[in-house]
Every structure is written in C-alpha cells, then in structure tokens.
Design a protein. Sequence first.
Length: 139
Amino acid sequence: MTKQIFNIYVNDITSPRNCQTRLCLFADDTAVMSTGESTKVMDDLNYYLEQLGKWLIMWKIKVNADKCQAVYFTRRRKVPDPPKLYRRAIKWSKDTKYLGFTLDSRPTYDKHITNIHKKTRSAKARLYPLLGRNSKLSL
C-alpha cells in the first residue's frame, strides 16, 4: 500500500524535455539515463538534474546525494566531470546495481555474471546437507 501511495506522490515528477534523457522509476528506485555525445550528454543531464533537484525541494523529498551513483558507459578512458545533484558532484562509479542487475561501465556483464554465480554456489552449498551423498533423505 505504501508503494502505491509513493507512486501517486511522485506522479508529477519532472520529465526530461529532451529525448536523450530518460527517467526510470520502479517503486522507490529511480534512475536517470542519458545518451549521446559526451559533451551534450553531460549538459542535458546536469540541466535535468537541476530541474529534478528543484522538484525534490518543492515536494520536500530528501535524497541522500552521498548514496547516489553515476556510471559512464563507454569504451573511452577519459570521463567528463561528474554530474551534480543539489550542486554536489555525484561520484563516478565503475558499476551499479539497479533492480537486481549489476551494470558495469564497460558493458561486459562480467560483474553481474560473477554475482549470479556466487549466489548460485551459495544456494547449492546450503542445499548440500539435504541433497548430498550422505543425506538421510530417500530419493
């Protein structure tokens, strides 16, 4: 019920004006994605984050800027200045987790596959006493 109320509360959240920047909402997880040439992307993204910051202040929604992450998906080595929310820079990160999926700055999915593999091994280890050779359970 509270997530539904939250969805109604954020229904009028500022939408990006350009088609290269998108706002992705799922329950209380929010992601802002922007695509295009690096200089224009950062200008558009910072403009949108400024508008979003004003909306957040108006509706008294507090966002912990220290928990925000920015990932720059590229094969280039040079990354631009970080985006800003509330005039504070959001640190660049090598990877981030969104909706259970680990996204890394070089779209290789290695980190996500490694995380899934660890979870699978952990689940298998927990089931071993029940399904292993020495289990007392009958087939």
